[in-house]
Design a protein around this ligand. Structure first.
Ligand code: SF4
Length: 374
């Protein structure tokens, strides 16, 4: 395992993900080396080929210092934005034990009395070490769990802590009063043919006391497929066919149906309105006028005020309902995130909400003759 120390230029950066405003990745590379990992593209920033994913970690040794600097200069309005640790690395993989960068960033957020939602997503029980800090923040912790089968977990998630340890970690977090969620992604293709195994997974998650869940269909762009297929070629023809056939809409529809039944059976709350598919989210983001991050919404609102135009915001409320509201520029003197939240009747104390739940913001025309429909 190659471990190198580097200096980063920034650490908390705007996110394009549907469920967070900012992301912080204290490392480039990830020791866990999951076969399905989409973050292998990060190698291009440190001159590492995709095929080497899992064999290197570049440690952003100034990550904590940068976080402090950024937080010190952020305006009050940003103090409520949500931040995810992490999106293209695991914040608690092996080297975190030594470098403690994730801990350092959490510590900085505590120091700055940060109010926004801090979401930590990991596969590692090492997150339990930082419960003292998480308890002082508006935080939640997600554990990625794709199977209850430890053997399969070892195969797909190479050196990540076993699935059973992750379920146990979720349970311990619940017991300590930390809000939790499970991230079931990728939704493994064989569940379509062995639904009992998917039932076991949802049952296992529900048993930890965790209620919230994200579910994501497998996404197989060519670079992920290449890495995965290299390993799968040693598996049975049947397995290869199952994975090969997982890109169809029919496959996703069947799995989505199974997931919906299990969510109801175990009383879970599925986030983002249902099982998501990366390609669909990508298309949505690419639509002209759409906005998913606070910065994008801010710029839309500023332009709408200047041009006297109405913005239609589509968002998912904390009960999971999709709602549309039209906002005229009369209601804004300037951009204020709290106003967005208040307008949508979404409260800061609702942990399941953050502005990221806004799915679309678009111009719908001039205010002339416009009746607000909410
Ligand atoms: S833990 Fe996450 S970031 Fe790390 S290799 Fe696995 S999928 Fe990629």
């Amino acid at each position: 395992m190659k471990i190198a120390e580097i200096e980063a230029k920034s650490i908390i950066v705007a996110s394009k993900l549907p469920d967070t405003d900012y992301v912080a990745n204290p490392y480039t590379g990830c020791q866990f080396g999951c076969l399905y990992c989409y973050a292998t593209f990060m190698g291009r920033f440190v001159d590492e080929p995709r095929s080497n994913w899992g064999n290197y970690v570049y440690v952003k040794k100034n990550a904590v210092e940068l976080a402090k600097k950024q937080l010190a200069s952020w305006p009050e309005s940003k103090n409520h934005a949500s931040i995810l640790l992490s999106s293209v690395t695991d914040p608690y993989h092996g080297v975190e034990q030594k470098y403690r960068l994730t801990r350092g960033i959490l510590d900085a957020l505590v120091e700055y009395n940060y109010q926004g939602l801090i979401s930590v997503l990991t596969k590692s029980p090492l997150v339990l070490r930082d419960i003292d800090l998480l308890q002082q923040l508006n935080s939640e912790v997600g554990l990625t769990i794709t199977t209850t089968d430890d053997k399969l977990s070892r195969f797909l998630e190479v050196t990540a802590p076993l699935a059973s340890r992750r379920l146990d970690t979720l349970k311990q977090l619940v017991e300590k009063g930390i809000p939790t969620y499970a991230f079931v992604g990728p939704l493994l293709p064989h569940f379509r043919y062995q639904p009992q195994l998917l039932d076991d997974l949802f049952h296992g998650i529900a048993d930890t006391g965790t209620k919230d869940i994200y579910v994501e269909h497998i996404n197989l762009p060519s670079y992920v497929k290449e890495r995965m297929w290299k390993e799968l070629r040693h598996e049975s023809e049947q397995i290869q066919e199952i994975y090969g056939g997982s890109k169809t809409q029919k496959h996703r529809d069947i799995l989505t149906g199974l997931v919906n039944n299990l969510v109801a059976k175990y009383g879970l709350q599925i986030r983002l309105g249902g099982t998501i598919y990366h390609e669909d989210l990508k298309k949505k983001n690419e639509q002209k006028g759409d906005a998913t991050s606070l910065d994008q919404i801010k710029s839309l609102i500023e332009r709408a005020i200047a041009g006297n135009e109405v913005i239609r915001i589509t968002y998912q409320d904390f009960q999971g309902n999709i709602t549309i509201r039209d906002i005229s520029p009369f209601e804004w003197t300037d951009f204020d995130e709290k106003k967005v939240r208040a307008f949508c009747h979404l409260r800061q104390e609702e942990r399941s909400f953050s502005v990221l739940n806004i799915q679309k913001a678009e111009y719908i025309g001039s205010t002339k003759g416009h009746e607000q429909n909410s």
